[in-house]
Design a protein around this ligand. Sequence first.
Ligand code: NDP
Length: 245
Amino acid sequence: MEVHFDGKRALVTGAGKGIGRDTAKALVKCGAEVFVLSRTQEDLDSLVQEYPGIRPVQCDLGDPVATKAAVESVGPIDLLVNNAGINIPQAFLDVTLDTFDTVMNVNVRAVLQVSQIIAKGMVERGTGGSIVNVSSLASKISAKACTTYCASKGALDIMSKVMALELGPHKIRVNTVNPGIVMTNMMRKIGYDDPDKAGPFLSRIPLGKFVEVDDVVHAILYLLSDKAAMVNGASLPIDGGFLTS
Ligand code: NDP
């Protein structure tokens, strides 16, 4: 299956590292004009060095004023990937209100804000579009010390379904991908490169291996593309079958 995005303009958030970075590169290879929004300028600089056509937008999605200005500056967008996300692990009894707000602001509020700006443009132009929100298996299962992260991804799943319901009549499809553990910076930071911590999770994956970044990128490309023309409001687990165990 080949997908082509020639003539399409795409925006990927959290594109400095990990899943977002490789999604942006894949979109360029498929012919899209790609805007990459992320927090760390050096990540954007190195991405532009690799792919000179990429259009960088530096922004902290935790700041709603900066987010509005940054997203409005990119102009019309046909394909949106809300990928930026953070996890600040804390045991339930230790979760602080500051942590709760910080995680929810990036993982949920920013998706609402970015999508509103982009989708309003899609509606005005009447050309439709496709939005993929990068959720997580953590929206479906609990994990220790992940109260805020699980809550944020659960909220993201159901918000995406409401978006699909309300934006569908404007030819805008909205879906989520829900990956299991992918060994990016995010997971290494919280110790999942330690076999003792990763082992119990790995043992529940029928395919016997962790998800690769490309597995997620391919699913995102599919959902963005016309090959998924009738897929709307779906949450696609990318978990090697973990949820069956
Ligand atoms: P990484 O930490 O590797 O990359 C996340 C990217 O998002 C970074 O470039 C980061 O920039 C950016 N970002 C984070 N916060 C902000 C912010 N406030 N404003 C702008 N950019 C921001 O994470 P992954 O690639 O692993 O994760 C990508 C998405 O996939 C997330 O939504 C995550 O929840 C989800 N996911 C990941 C899984 C995994 O196992 N890795 C599993 C399931 C879902 P900077 O580094 O500069 O802060």
